[in-house]
Design a protein around this ligand. Structure first.
Ligand code: M6R
Length: 357
């Protein structure tokens, strides 16, 4: 039930700190160590490459997950859009391990891939929010998101849950491989939960950002580098699906290879800056667009902010920034949708789970 909330989406955004805490509780053992079931850990440990298959927002979570597995655990990962993978399958490694990410567990595009992979006999893990869903029943293993029902068509808390669960799985596998990890993921996720809370407690700031940047625009761009690039894809998807503003996410460096032609006076460009090693490059990209008239909304992380940045995010571990940087993007989309009189929870032409290929 949405209780006193005007929309499910806002309620689900607000629930995110609790979702992160609940995931930690569900993935810790009696001693308080993060764990995953041993059969899943063993199957994962045997793999030489992971294949993450998903659609939409779940695909964007998968892109972040790739960084986790590669950077923490040193396992190569491919992330594929399910509707493409089924008909254009890449050459597989010798010991592939498949991870299907799906909030609903019912997405037909992902299911058709799962059926094919099952025929090939490769191990399959489904990461889903819905126990007993089709993708969960048909996989060898399931990990649950514990996000509670997500009703709004725009996925919010499921994304945060997917990223958090993938971080835990990668961390546990990294430990099993004896990798030197210089941080305590459980403690860091606690900081993430608190910092998401700070952002949702100040949501009116995002309402102002939406009014300043998106009130009348026809289009908008999101840019970022490295992990922030994946967030720019998610920010654009969220905005377009509920506000009908044409939005695109780009790697900061790619913009000048064509898309910059679209920048006009007043074009909103949301720039994400949460990664130190690329922050100066992204600042350079912001300059490229502002010189051409763009209205840049800079979302930076504390520690790399500059005077004039629009939003400064409370700091978290560099790998976990997606869990906090996504929240202003969700809220900005929410308020843009509201201001434009759109149906926030049930945007036109869309269904919560897409059960056709
Ligand atoms: O239930 P799934 O995670 O498999 O759904 C995948 C996409 O259809 C879904 O994420 C969609 O992109 C959302 N409406 C995005 O907010």
């Amino acid at each position: 039930e949405k209780g006193t909330y005007p929309h499910y989406m806002l309620k689900e955004i607000d629930e995110q700190p609790g979702v992160v805490r609940k995931i930690v509780q569900n993935y810790e053992d009696e001693e308080g160590n993060l764990v995953i079931p041993s059969d899943i850990a063993n199957a994962l440990h045997d793999a030489d490459r992971l294949y993450i298959i998903a659609a939409g927002t779940s695909y964007h979570a998968g892109l972040v997950g790739k960084q986790y597995f590669e950077k923490m655990a040193g396992i190569p990962v491919e992330v594929h859009i399910s509707s493409e993978f089924g008909y254009n399958m890449p050459l597989l490694s010798e010991k592939p391990f498949f991870i299907f990410i799906s909030q609903s567990g019912e997405t037909a595009d992902s299911r058709q891939v799962l059926v094919k992979i099952k025929e090939l006999g490769h191990p399959i893990l489904t990461v889903t929010n819905v126990p007993g869903s089709t993708l969960s029943r048909e996989a060898d293993y399931t990990l649950l998101l514990h996000a509670g029902p997500e009703i709004a068509v725009a996925s919010t808390k499921a994304y945060v849950a997917q990223v958090a669960v993938l971080a835990i799985v990668a961390y546990v596998e990294a430990q099993a491989k004896g990798k030197a990890l210089d941080f305590d993921l459980k403690a860091e996720l606690g900081i993430v939960a608190n910092n998401i809370q700070t952002i949702v407690d100040h949501k009116e700031d995002m309402e102002h950002v939406a009014a300043d940047f998106l009130e009348t625009t026809r289009n908008a761009f999101f840019i970022g580098r490295s992990i922030d690039f994946y967030l720019s894809l998610e920010g654009a998807l969220k905005l377009k699906e509920i506000s009908y503003i044409q939005a695109e996410g780009f790697a900061g460096g790619e913009l000048k290879h064509g898309t910059i032609a679209l920048i006009e006076d007043g074009t909103p460009v949301f720039a994400l800056i949460t990664q130190k090693e690329v922050s100066l490059n992204l600042r350079g990209n912001v300059k490229e667009v502002t010189t051409r008239g763009a209205n840049a909304c800079i979302i930076s992380m504390e520690g790399m902010e500059e005077p004039g940045d629009t939003i400064v995010l409370p700091p978290v571990h560099p790998l976990l920034t997606p869990l906090v940087s996504v929240v202003p993007l969700q809220l900005i989309s929410y308020y843009a949708s509201l201001a434009r009189g759109c149906d926030v929870d049930k945007p036109r032409n869309l269904a919560k789970s897409v059960t056709v290929e």
